[in-house]
Every structure is written in C-alpha cells, then in structure tokens.
Design a protein around this ligand. Sequence first.
Ligand SMILES: Nc1ncnc2c1ncn2[C@@H]1O[C@H](COP(=O)(O)OP(=O)(O)O)[C@@H](O)[C@H]1O
Ligand SMILES: [Mg+2]
Length: 260
Amino acid sequence: MIHAPMDSSASVVGTPPAYAVFLEDVTVDFDGFRALDIYRFGVFHNELRVVIGPNGAGKTTLCDVISGKTHPSGGRVFFKGMDITHRRDTDIAALGVGRKFQTPTIFPSLTVYENMDLALPGRRRVFQNIFRHESQEDTEKIYAILRRVRLLDVAHCLAGTLSHGQRQWLEISMLMAAGPELLLVDEPAAGLTDAQTALTAELLLELKGHHTIIVIEHDMEFVRRLNSRVTVLNEGQVLADGPMDQVQQDPKVIEAYLGR
Ligand SMILES: Nc1ncnc2c1ncn2[C@@H]1O[C@H](COP(=O)(O)OP(=O)(O)O)[C@@H](O)[C@H]1O
Ligand SMILES: [Mg+2]
C-alpha cells in the first residue's frame, strides 16, 4: 500500500473523508458536445464500484477526468478530499491513482518479470533505476503476484509473445505491483474467453477491500460476478445506481441499455 505524499498545495475541502473519489457538477465538453455531465458521483474508500453503460455513455471519459488525462470543463474532482480538478495526470498518479487502459500498455520487448519490475513503486524514475538493486522482497512480491495470475510459467518470456488474455492479466498484475490506492480499470474483460473473464473477475475480487477500484465493463456476466454496487451512465449522466439486481429492473436502465 502506497501512502500518498503530504501535499500542502492541494486544497483539502469538506468532502466526507469516507469518499476516495468524489465528483461534483463535473462536465466535459468536446467542441460543444457534452460527453460528461455528473451531478454527484462518490466512491468510498476500498469500495469496488462497477460503471456500466452503452457505448459513448462517457465511461472512459469519467476515468479520464479522475486520472487527469482530461480536465473537466466545469465542476470539481476530489481524491481523498483533495481538489485534483486541475492537477496534471503525473501528479495525480503520484498521489495514488493507477490506471489500466482498454488496450494493454505493456513493454512487449521486455519479459513479463521485467515489466513487473518496472511497475514497482518508483521504478520508472531514472535515478532509482540506475542506483537500485532489487531486494529479495521485491522478487518475492513479483513471483507471488505472477503465481496468482497464472503467469509464473511465462515469467521470463517476452511480454510481446503473450496471448491477449495473458496481457490483460499482466497489466492487472502491474497495477497490483504498483499498489495504487485507487485503481481505474477500463473494460478488463474485452476480448477474453469466458474462462479468462472469470479469472479476471476473481483477481479483481481479490483486490477488493485492499484498494478503491472503479471497473468499467460491458460484459454483464462479469459484472454479476463482481457482485458490487453498479453505477449506470447514459449520455454522460448517472442514470441509476445500486445493486445489480435493482439496477437491472430499473425501467430507465432497461430502456437505455439492458433491454437493447
Ligand atoms: N477526445 C474526444 N474528442 C471528442 N469527442 C470525444 C473524445 N473522447 C470521447 N468523446 C466522445 O464522448 C462520448 C463519450 O465517450 P467515452 O467516454 O469514450 O464513452 P464510453 O467509454 O462510455 O464508450 C462519445 O460520444 C465520444 O465520441
Ligand atoms: Mg470506453
């Protein structure tokens, strides 16, 4: 678990401390098109929240405003009570926000193990890489994660030779190694077989309770497996929010999404 550095420049405001992430009146406009229009969205510390919604609903944009990749046109974004609305993505990452993109972003010409090594906290800073020596603890941590995600056998293979499913798990493993407080996971089951999807859900459930996690997903079977609170986005707005069973029966949701 990384502890975010103390940061006196970030204003700490009165969002309830139980929220890891809180969005207030957040809008994102692209050339006059309103991609996101969120009145209130809060995720508790160590909660696993699933965000679903039709294509173009604004799910990835939601991750983008939390990670700082996109800055809102209006409103405010808080992480652990700090206003991060106008912070740079690299600063937000340093505060403890990690992200898994829809397409895996691993280094194909490095081995699985080397990719994991680079994911450890601080490893991408040049000086730490020049002077570092790998501790026994790091090595054990990497192997423990690789065992859990069934990548131990391919630890010393080039990441570029992995199957699509294995790449997805390597990315999740790299997030686990980095240990951010908040994990943003965008469509981890895309393109996976049923068995691979089931393992991916298991991995996220293992992380549940240790990190705050926001998972975006289309696959309803996967969402059911996660058995967590669901927020439904539609046309940039929160359409419904609650347990999957309840959300599924909401006529607004059926009309916008599930019934199609
Ligand atoms: N950089 C951008 N420029 C213009 N329009 C964008 C941009 N990013 C997303 N959009 C639009 O915003 C809407 C929401 O996109 P997105 O957040 O990717 O949806 P989702 O992830 O739910 O499929 C879509 O209509 C998309 O075309
Ligand atoms: Mg998307």
